[in-house]
Design a protein around this ligand. Structure first.
Ligand SMILES: *[C@@H]1O[C@H](CO)[C@@H](O)[C@H](O)[C@H]1NC(C)=O
Ligand SMILES: *[C@@H]1O[C@H](CO)[C@@H](O)[C@H](O)[C@H]1NC(C)=O
Ligand SMILES: *[C@@H]1O[C@H](CO)[C@@H](O)[C@H](O)[C@H]1NC(C)=O
Ligand SMILES: *[C@@H]1O[C@H](CO)[C@@H](O)[C@H](O)[C@H]1NC(C)=O
Ligand SMILES: *[C@@H]1O[C@H](CO)[C@@H](O)[C@H](O)[C@H]1NC(C)=O
Ligand SMILES: *[C@@H]1O[C@H](CO)[C@@H](O)[C@H](O)[C@H]1NC(C)=O
Ligand SMILES: *[C@@H]1O[C@H](CO)[C@@H](O)[C@H](O)[C@H]1NC(C)=O
Ligand SMILES: *[C@@H]1O[C@H](CO)[C@@H](O)[C@H](O)[C@H]1NC(C)=O
Ligand SMILES: *[C@@H]1O[C@H](CO)[C@@H](O)[C@H](O)[C@H]1NC(C)=O
Ligand SMILES: *[C@@H]1O[C@H](CO)[C@@H](O)[C@H](O)[C@H]1NC(C)=O
Ligand SMILES: *[C@@H]1O[C@H](CO)[C@@H](O)[C@H](O)[C@H]1NC(C)=O
Ligand SMILES: *[C@@H]1O[C@H](CO)[C@@H](O)[C@H](O)[C@H]1NC(C)=O
Length: 413
């Protein structure tokens, strides 16, 4: 009875409006301060000044399981934390470091990934298929035996893991960058995509722009950069495109075929992270209305369209409005099925409104614990950065010209 009275008193005196557990936060901050995360703590304390910041502190202290990616003090030499007098920016940065859910015992070896939803849902930086959806962070153990957070400008590793109650604290050696638009991502993080990026600039589709109510011929690059909210793009790397050049050139004059070919690389309306492209619900319908099927086995993760199977060589390249999986072959499939495409897009848009509570690892990683076989050596960096951009540049020009020709053809038709 006494116990009950005491806890009722505690509840009554807790400032309900803020929803924070001050006792827990103080203890957490003490633990973080004494383990070399004083900059993170002082940044987190600044959040108390805004509603969105208080909401983050409330979620961090709600005692449910979560993972905190905690930049060490030496990681905070990068400008974002220190310069940010803008508390809203600071709130977004910190929100991206907190992942909801119980990831205890979850471990994946790249190119398998662990994907979790962060607290970041600010519409200024997250434009997924429905408003309120949360951005994810992806991580995996690489062949150097360390856990790397993927898609980071500075290769970021987990240097220590400790726990505080239900919070797993992963110390990291850089402040995390949240996903940037396609244009930035191709330049800074993925030079193996420079050719596809050029091709996307040179192929235009009719696209309905909701803010002007007009359908206009729009470069596919712009559609992916800002037009679509929620998409999955299987992007052939530079080598894949140069290898498919003769097939692509032969399609040059067939606009319908080119359109179908591109749409067979896209899932329209849904952001599908790689762990969801495995198992019994993996199969999807492309934007062209054709089946996309998936195999995940000991050799790798594969996508099949028509009679082409490509390997996913870099999964989960995250964007504010979707996700890219880099593949090693062009899915040369020019079939299409308009009815299937439109039914897939409409079921995607109705599914998008069901915002899940999203407090668990996404997809298979919940159960995947791998034996960690040494995968082929060189990828210790964040992403499979292309190294042969220069070598491919003459092909790049050639492909751009090929697809430039197609655009001219469309305009004349
Ligand atoms: C990990 O953090 C704990 C708690 O601060 C500390 O005792 C331990 O020495 C750290 N381990 C490493 C490898 O830095
Ligand atoms: C937030 O502000 C409240 C009231 O001003 C204060 O009691 C609380 O300790 C602050 N929380 C943090 C984490 O600084
Ligand atoms: C951890 O979470 C469980 C269930 O989510 C809860 O019952 C328990 O009280 C939490 N423990 C702590 C120390 O917060
Ligand atoms: C990468 O690290 C360097 C050196 O620590 C830092 O100056 C730079 O700001 C970091 N870049 C990003 C995008 O975090
Ligand atoms: C988190 O998952 C681990 C492993 O499955 C389990 O032992 C633990 O009880 C879970 N914690 C909570 C709070 O649910
Ligand atoms: C677009 O059309 C819709 C419905 O016809 C209308 O409600 C809306 O105001 C229009 N928007 C613009 C920018 O013209
Ligand atoms: C996925 O598609 C492939 C090829 O069409 C088919 O063989 C397989 O049975 C499908 N898998 C599921 C789970 O539907
Ligand atoms: C995606 O689906 C919408 C709705 O059906 C459609 O208007 C749009 O053109 C499609 N986009 C692509 C790239 O296929
Ligand atoms: C990825 O997961 C699949 C299925 O669980 C497994 O067969 C494969 O060995 C894993 N790959 C790595 C590198 O761990
Ligand atoms: C994995 O699947 C791919 C694509 O179907 C196939 O080529 C490869 O041989 C398979 N590997 C194993 C180990 O079964
Ligand atoms: C793949 O399918 C296309 C028709 O879609 C056909 O022209 C081509 O010969 C096929 N390739 C193989 C290797 O079967
Ligand atoms: C494209 O992927 C293949 C297969 O992983 C790789 O051999 C090739 O070097 C990659 N090309 C570029 C430009 O990164």
């Amino acid at each position: 009875m006494k116990l009950f009275a005491a806890s009722a008193l505690l509840l009554a005196s807790a400032p309900v409006a803020l929803g924070q557990d001050f006792t827990l936060l103080n203890e957490l901050f003490q633990a973080l301060n004494s383990s070399g995360h004083t900059q993170l703590v002082s940044a987190a304390q600044k959040l108390n000044g805004t509603g969105s910041g208080q909401s983050i502190l409330a979620q961090l202290s709600d005692r449910s399981p979560s993972v905190l990616f905690a930049p060490t003090d030496s990681a905070c030499t990068s400008p974002r934390f220190l310069v940010s007098s803008d508390v809203d920016v600071l709130a977004d940065v910190i929100a991206y470091h907190i992942v909801s859910g119980n990831f205890t015992g979850v471990s994946t070896t790249y190119p398998n990934t662990t994907v979790g939803f962060t607290l970041l849902s600010d519409p200024k930086v997250v434009q997924l298929e429905a408003s309120g959806l949360h951005q994810v962070v992806a991580w995996a153990t690489r062949s150097d035996g360390k856990i790397h957070v993927l898609n980071q400008v500075n290769d970021t590793t987990v240097t220590n893991t400790t726990t505080f109650g239900n919070i797993t604290i992963n110390s990291i050696d850089h402040v995390l960058n949240f996903p940037q638009p396609l244009s930035t991502t191709v330049v800074t993080d993925n030079t193996s995509l420079t050719i596809i990026s050029t091709v996307l600039h040179n192929v235009s589709f009719p696209f309905f722009n909701a803010s002007t109510n007009q359908t206009a011929s729009t470069p596919l690059f712009n559609i992916l950069e800002s037009g679509l909210h929620g998409f999955t793009f299987f992007a052939p790397n530079n080598t894949a495109i140069t290898q498919a050049l003769s097939s692509l050139t032969s399609l040059e004059s067939d606009q319908t075929a080119v359109e179908a070919l591109f749409q067979n690389h896209i899932i329209n309306g849904t952001t599908v992270y790689s762990p969801l492209l495995a198992g019994s619900n993996a199969n999807r319908t492309s934007a062209a209305g054709e089946p996309l099927s998936f195999v995940l086995n000991a050799t790798g993760h594969y996508v099949t369209s028509g009679n082409v199977t490509a390997q996913i060589i870099q999964p989960d390249v995250l964007l504010p409005n979707g996700v890219i999986h880099v593949i090693d072959r062009v899915l040369v499939n020019t079939e299409s099925n308009a009815a299937a495409a439109s039914s897939a897009a409409s079921s995607a848009s109705s599914a998008a409104t069901h915002t899940s509570s999203a407090t668990a690892p996404v997809g298979f990683s919940a159960t995947a614990t791998s034996s960690g076989s040494a995968s082929s050596g060189s990828h210790t960096g964040n992403a499979a950065r292309g190294t042969h951009a220069g070598q491919d540049s003459q092909h790049l020009l050639k492909v751009a010209l090929v697809f430039g020709g197609v655009v001219a053809g469309l305009a004349m038709a």
